[in-house]
Design a protein around this ligand. Structure first.
Ligand SMILES: Nc1ncnc2c1ncn2[C@@H]1O[C@H](COP(=O)(O)OP(=O)(O)O)[C@@H](O)[C@H]1O
Ligand SMILES: [Mg+2]
Length: 315
């Protein structure tokens, strides 16, 4: 904690009175920082984790876009507010991690709870608003443009066909007994990826990680959408895929179509996003087992998640 206090002082000129670990997310550790200037949320991506380069590579590209949205769209007040370093940077780092600081949102994460009808309405308005903006905005979006690549696929194929012996016994068993399904999924994604690259699809800003752990009900009664590290210029199916199976899908789309009247889902694009997400989750768990330093309990948890994901491929 002292190291973190020092970093906050040097980089942000912030005198942290107290730093309290928070329940983090999937990608990063999280801390609440108390200071005379208010409370802050510090997100720490540990350099020891295999997934960190992927999640942090585009910070300088996506954060300014969220700042632009915050000032120029109806999403004002709905996004987390980043705190810049004294040098005006969106992030800072030391030998252990990459750090992002935000204003602290007082409120409750939706998390395990179901969205209320009012929240569904708010969320559909927010997503419809986000999808009104694209490459015409005055902030560069090239770096976050969807290219339909599946960068981890080649490495995943190698592990599955050749390096499978490096995996723990249970994982090997699990993969071997679902090999046909796994191969089918990889082949189908590869085809869809090549096909979509050739098409000229309409793209807008998309959040791409729309689940309830990324929604907070702030005490000022607004629903907030957080965790923008997946921000992309992409076909809207990249976001709408998260609602397809939800009981409130119809209500969501009714609201959404008030803004995007003649919108219809493109089934190929939807399939691509659903399949890539499934495969990417499986790959991240395999990557954690292969490359992250994990204790026995962490490893058991990862294996249990992986096992659930692999068994779900069929459905
Ligand atoms: N600015 C914030 N203020 C207060 N809590 C936050 C803030 N941002 C995120 N959180 C909480 O921390 C959790 C993890 O943050 P998130 O940005 O989603 O990280 P990850 O990329 O690891 O999923 C969220 O589910 C939410 O509960
Ligand atoms: Mg999150």
């Amino acid at each position: 904690m002292d190291k973190m206090k020092h970093l906050l002082k040097v980089k942000y000129d912030l005198e942290a009175a107290k730093i309290v670990p928070q329940r983090g997310g999937w990608a990063a550790l999280a801390f609440k920082v108390y200071s005379g200037d208010g409370s802050f949320f510090l997100k720490v991506y540990e350099k020891s984790r295999a997934s960190t380069p992927k999640w942090t590579a585009l910070i300088d590209q996506y954060v300014p876009i969220t700042v632009w949205l915050m000032h120029n769209s109806q999403l004002r007040g709905r996004l987390p507010v980043p705190v810049l370093t004294q040098n005006g940077d969106y992030k800072c780092e030391d030998d252990e991690g990459i750090y992002l600081l935000y204003e602290y949102i007082e409120g409750e994460t939706v998390g395990d709870k179901e969205l209320t009808g009012d929240q569904v309405e708010e969320l559909s308005k927010m997503i419809a608003e986000l999808h009104l903006y694209g490459e015409e905005i005055p902030v560069e979006t090239k770096a976050i443009k969807e290219d339909f690549a599946v960068p981890f696929l080649a490495q995943m194929r190698t592990v599955v066909d050749q390096a499978i012996d490096e995996l723990p016994y249970e994982v090997r068993e699990l993969i071997q007994s679902h090999m046909v399904q796994l191969m089918k999924l990889m082949d189908s994604i590869e085809k869809l990826s090549a096909d979509l690259m050739k098409r000229n699809l309409k793209m807008t800003l998309c959040h791409t990680d729309l689940h309830n752990w990324n929604l907070m009900q702030s005490s000022s009664r607004q629903l907030m959408l957080i965790d923008w590290e997946g921000l992309k210029l992409a076909p809207v199916e990249a976001d709408l895929m998260f609602f397809i199976d939800k009981p409130y899908y119809h209500a969501f789309m009714t609201n959404y179509r008030k803004v995007h009247n003649e919108f219809a889902i493109n089934p190929d694009v939807l399939q691509f996003y659903q399949d890539r997400r499934k495969l990417e989750d499986i790959w991240e768990f395999i990557e954690q087992i292969l490359f992250d330093r994990q204790d026995a309990q962490e490893r058991a948890e990862t294996i249990s998640h992986l096992s659930r994901e692999i068994r779900e491929i069929n459905s």
